[in-house]
Design a protein around this ligand. Sequence first.
Ligand code: GDP
Ligand code: MG
Length: 254
Amino acid sequence: MLPPVKKDRVITHLPKCFSPNAALHTKAGFHPQVKAMCQAQKADAMSFNIAKVIVVGDVAVGKTCLISRFCKGAFSKTYKATIGVDFEMERFEVLGVPFSLQLWDTAGQERFKCIASTYYRGAQAIIVVFDLSSVNSLTHARQWLEDAMKENDPSSVLLFLVGTKKDLSTPDQLAQTEQEAIRLSEEIKAEYWAVSAKSGEGVRDFFSRVASLTFEANVLAELEKSGSRHIKDIIRITDSTEANYTPKRKSNCC
Ligand code: GDP
Ligand code: MG
């Protein structure tokens, strides 16, 4: 039997976005249909309890450290290039339902790109990582996204643009890079975050948000698939004010 999910992986409320100017949506809570579905405990019968997440970006921007900080709670200063791909599973509980993120860490080096790209397919979320202290890595973010999107359905993938190594930037540098990053994230319809794998700042909040939004998207997609009659049954048990909720998720581009 699996050990219980760690306390800080138990999500009962939708975590806040990092910047309301660059968020996938800014609703204060989970979609009422999703809450109803989980309350009705129909969730475990569904196929949405896992989400594939791919992490892409230039070499040495900090992809592996970001994943290690979250999954292992550790940070290593010594650089070890990722060969091809690696993956980690992280278990959550969202609204009482077991949910896992499958985090695919890819190699940024040109010679491994071909191997890595074969793992891009079927992602529910794409995390494009750049180094907040390297404007070049932000410039390359668009290309990484385009490559990852070639293998995926733009209408069902959630995008995140994550600046790492926040600890290395002065407040002035950070403000300048963030301005550009937020502009890009608006353009590509991604949610923007700035984090540090070294200090851990923002890392847990970020992945909780990824888990929550992918979970929500998976449940909604499943509800849509299972038909409107089923949805009506579930809606009936939600409170009437919440039933008026209209989702305003941005569509994805590229
Ligand atoms: P990847 O090639 O994108 O997977 O990059 P890595 O995660 O292996 O990190 C590359 C280098 O950046 C390593 O030497 C890390 O120690 C360093 N690094 C990664 N994240 C941070 C961070 O948040 N702060 C600082 N100061 N260094 C970092
Ligand atoms: Mg790596």
